[in-house]
Design a protein around this ligand. Structure first.
Ligand code: AMP
Length: 191
């Protein structure tokens, strides 16, 4: 399977659709948010650094993030395609990912962009706060994360467009519809 970069605002469903794709196509999955939350839970030095940024809705510095990503990717081992979930979030990270994969004779494969209106995003994140108790899912931090997304991450969509990798899926109220459109695109890419 080709690698997949899953891209979208906080609450757009990156984790949810990644899980569905992983289950269907037996791919590897790297969620940088999950990696960082694991480090925080284990009380590591990296976790302590990351916590300050995450609780504030800010991005972890690129250099640190790129290093974590490469280590996580190499630890997965060869063989199957990987979904990158929550990475890249800046142009510098995208350039670094492209280079890191090229050095290993791999490539980015395809980018899946999830477009969801902000009202739905906010409702989903506040609901997730109740269900999962994530420290950064409160209204104040969510608003900061939306700002960070608009300013630092959203411009990356054009970067992927230029690379010829962008596939956009817009939320119209049905998860089943999104999934079947996404699966169709993945299968087309891998034929
Ligand atoms: P997520 O679970 O993907 O929503 O990520 C939660 C938080 O982890 C983000 O708000 C950032 O603070 C941090 N984070 C996750 N991935 C990255 C990344 N690629 N670059 C910088 N910070 C990240």
């Amino acid at each position: 399977m080709k690698n997949i970069i899953i891209f979208g605002a906080p609450g757009s469903g990156k984790g949810t659709y990644s899980d569905e794709i992983v289950a269907k196509y037996n791919m590897g999955h790297i969620s940088t948010g999950d990696v960082l939350r694991g480090e925080i839970k284990n009380g590591t030095e990296l976790g302590n650094i990351a916590k300050g940024y995450i609780d504030n809705g800010q991005l972890i510095p690129d250099e640190l993030m790129i290093d974590i990503l490469a280590k996580t990717y190499d630890a997965l081992g060869e063989g199957k395609g990987v979904i990158f979930d929550g990475f890249p979030r800046t142009i510098a990270q995208a350039e670094a990912l492209k280079k890191m994969l090229a050095e290993r004779n791999h490539d980015m494969g395809m980018m899946i962009e999830l477009v969801v209106d902000e009202e739905t995003l906010m409702a989903r994140l506040l609901n997730r706060a109740k269900e999962q108790g994530r420290a950064d899912d409160n209204e104040e931090t969510i608003k900061k994360r939306f700002d960070v997304y608009h300013n630092q991450t959203a411009p990356l969509a054009d970067w992927f467009e230029k690379e010829g990798l962008r596939h956009t899926f817009t939320w119209k109220g049905s998860k089943e519809q999104m999934l079947s459109d996404i699966f169709e695109a993945i299968e087309k890419e891998n034929n």
